[in-house]
Design a protein around this ligand. Sequence first.
Ligand SMILES: CC(C)(COP(=O)(O)OP(=O)(O)OC[C@H]1O[C@@H](n2cnc3c(N)ncnc32)[C@H](O)[C@@H]1OP(=O)(O)O)[C@@H](O)C(=O)NCCC(=O)NCCS
Length: 153
Amino acid sequence: MAARSDELLGTRAMRATDLHRIIGIERRCYHFPWGETAFLDSMAVGYICRVLTLGHQVVGYVIVSSGAGEAHLLNISIDPEWQGRGFGRQLVHLARESAREAGAEILLLEVRPSNQIALQLYARTGFHQIGRRSNYYRAVEGREDAIILSCPL
Ligand SMILES: CC(C)(COP(=O)(O)OP(=O)(O)OC[C@H]1O[C@@H](n2cnc3c(N)ncnc32)[C@H](O)[C@@H]1OP(=O)(O)O)[C@@H](O)C(=O)NCCC(=O)NCCS
């Protein structure tokens, strides 16, 4: 059943049983979505894997790896039906809190220069650019750079 906007927003650990729903969101969010194995591996190696729920429905998720004082935001996605309501911002805060609790002092991520919405979100949540990797991502036509962003925790 579809979630309603008056339902309670919550977060919890990602479960294997969420993957059907998550893969559906991935496919609608990205030209090059993560596959099921990437999520299963992230859970298996102990990355921070959290979902955002509205009622019982998963509407977003975030994955963060952490070690040696440094955390990496590997995936942050909101169901396109639920974007633009502040949920992405909440997931960034959750990622920061979780990374800090895991002992990280800095949170890093990579983003496509063409992803203006994500760039806006990160600029508003305390990230700044520290570098750029040339031709890092596969793109619909050719390759695309990655902008590297950092946020102190
Ligand atoms: C990027 C993403 C997670 C943002 O989530 P969201 O819930 O839509 O974002 P929010 O509603 O929390 O908005 C946070 C900020 O993002 C920016 N933003 C959101 N929607 C925007 C839009 N349509 N146009 C421009 N900026 C926008 C704004 O700066 C906004 O802050 P503001 O409300 O103070 O202006 C979401 O769009 C998404 O899942 N995109 C596809 C997957 C993706 O690109 N992930 C990031 C990979 S690096």
